[in-house]
Design a protein around this ligand. Structure first.
Ligand code: ZN
Length: 229
């Protein structure tokens, strides 16, 4: 796998292969986007590539479509195939920021296989205390004008269109707490799988977004050496 990906040329520095982990409400998507922007890397989120695979009508895309239309989760095999396809494109040869993959240890093991010859995989886990997440998620706001999700605590206007933010009413505290518990239980094996690696870093996500971004940059430098940055 991955043998048609060119290794980084000498002088180009090391490829930045990044996986972002973290529960809903931790700000992972926002940080993944910022991180990708700062380093000129593609941000690869599973939602986006699934949609794209379905639209493109490839064999894997069709398999995903059938599964999702039946209301089921896309299988490890299909997810792995779609991510593998995406990572072998030119724009990911110098690295990537993965958001939403891997979700399972099976997917993580497959990703390790794809990384052969591509340099180290840096895993950033955005960590936020459970009670803070519950508060954030239960108060999650959307833009009243365009419907975009808002970063919760730091602004009253939409980052996309400037519209006023309104509180979503469907997120009761108990529902949020239960959803979070399920997520944490399901993803714990994944965190365990990665957490003893020298390139794993836990990031304190209970800070303003700019401070979190700074912490991510320090962790990256620390994890792969300042030469690449
Ligand atoms: Zn808006």
């Amino acid at each position: 796998m991955g043998n048609h990906v060119q290794p980084p040329r000498k002088g180009d520095g090391v490829a930045l292969n990044i996986v972002m982990l973290g529960p809903p409400g931790a700000g992972k998507g926002t940080q993944a986007e910022r991180l990708a922007g700062r380093h000129g890397l593609p941000k690869i989120s599973t939602g986006d590539i699934l949609r794209e695979a379905v639209q493109s009508g490839t064999e894997l895309g069709l398999a995903a479509k059938v599964t999702m239309e039946a209301g089921n989760l896309v299988s490890d095999d299909v997810m792995i195939g779609i991510v593998h396809e995406r990572l072998t494109r030119d724009d990911a040869a110098r690295g990537f920021v993965l958001d939403g993959f891997p979700r399972t240890v099976v997917q993580a093991t497959a990703l390790d296989g794809m990384m052969e010859g591509r340099g180290p995989l840096v895993v950033l886990d955005i960590s936020v205390p459970e009670e803070v997440l519950v508060r954030r998620l239960a108060a999650r706001r959307i833009c009243g004008r365009c419907g975009a999700n808002a970063a919760v605590e730091w602004t009253d206007t939409c980052g996309k269109c400037g519209g006023a933010l309104v509180t979503r009413v469907d997120d009761g505290v108990e529902v949020v707490r239960e959803r979070l518990k399920v997520f944490l239980r399901q993803t714990k094996p994944l965190v365990d799988y990665y957490s003893r690696r020298p390139t794993f870093r836990s990031i304190n996500g209970n800070q303003p977004p700019d401070v979190v971004s700074g912490a991510i940059e320090s962790a990256l430098r620390d994890a792969c050496g300042s030469a690449a940055l």
